[in-house]
Write a protein that binds this ligand. Structure first.
Ligand SMILES: [Mg+2]
Length: 276
């Protein structure tokens, strides 16, 4: 009989890569959503919050372009401008987007409850903390400064503008690995509130944890989420869990506050010889 042998990583988790908006700060991922609506309004086309959120997680220029490709938005654009949106329109809207986003970012910097506690526990297990984001470096400088004031300081932050292609490509995750000095990919866990962010982790070959309630999928600030009646809350929760599971996320939880049992479970799975 002839056998081949497969190599398995059974060591410790070495890095957790956290997304920013909707994962560690800006509950509901409000800051970009609000500005996308505004930018389209300036271009003469009204879009809904749901349309504004559809491609969330992508590089912000790619995001504006993807919104323009939604059938409903294309139709409205055609009606208003008598032609489909083109590259020039996307450039113009992205140029509008940058200062508007920079101006309001600092208003959406509160940490999502559980962030600091999770980071403390992660570090206690000698795991490094990296991060990825669809924001540009210029925007991140504001967020990093505000986050540091609130006690959150990941050891590495890679922005959409630091790599040739952002989500769902895996390059931001890979750059984090280099900056943190960790390997192999199976020793890393990517945590995100958006589907492109989960795909980013899967494309990198990492373990993934989807956050259903704190980010883009439900899209509500914490105080509004708390005000929901039980039936609405359950409906939104089930929809978000379903979408993230179908996207391939290994685990789905409500928010970063529930992360540590997941990390410990992944560690057990690695030790059993399982791979992402
Ligand atoms: Mg996010």
């Amino acid at each position: 009989m002839t056998f081949s042998y497969a190599r398995r990583y059974r060591g410790p988790i070495q890095a957790v890569l956290l997304d920013w908006a909707g994962t560690t700060m800006d509950h509901g991922c409000m800051a970009p959503a609000v500005v996308f609506v505004d930018v389209y309004k300036r271009a003469g086309v009204e879009i809904s919050m749901e349309e504004a959120r559809a491609p969330m997680g992508a590089h912000k220029r790619v995001h504006i372009q993807k919104v323009s490709q939604l059938d409903s938005v294309r139709e409205r654009w055609q009606k208003k401008h008598k032609r489909p949106p083109n590259e020039g329109d996307i450039d113009k809207m992205f140029a509008d987007f940058i200062p508007l986003q920079l101006k309001c970012l600092a208003d959406y910097c509160d940490l999502i409850p559980g962030t600091l506690e999770a980071c403390k526990e992660i570090r206690k297990r000698k795991i490094k903390i990296g991060s990825t984001t669809g924001y540009t470096r210029e925007m991140m400088e504001i967020l990093q400064r505000e986050a540091a004031k609130r006690g959150y300081k990941p050891e590495s932050t890679v922005c959409a503008t630091d790599v040739p292609q952002a989500r769902p490509y895996p390059y931001m995750c890979m750059k984090n690995m280099m900056e943190l000095g960790v390997s192999p990919v199976e020793a890393c866990v990517k945590v995100d509130d958006t589907l492109p962010g989960i795909e980013e982790g899967l494309n990198a070959g990492m373990w993934t944890v989807g956050l259903a309630m704190s980010g883009n999928e439900v899209g509500l600030p914490l105080d509004e989420l708390k005000k929901l009646d039980a039936a609405t809350r359950t409906r939104l929760r089930e929809r978000a869990y379903d979408r993230m599971r179908k996207c391939g996320s290994h685990f789905v939880i409500d928010s970063i506050a529930d992360l540590m049992p997941c990390i410990d479970k992944i560690q057990e799975m690695i030790e059993r010889g399982e791979r992402p």
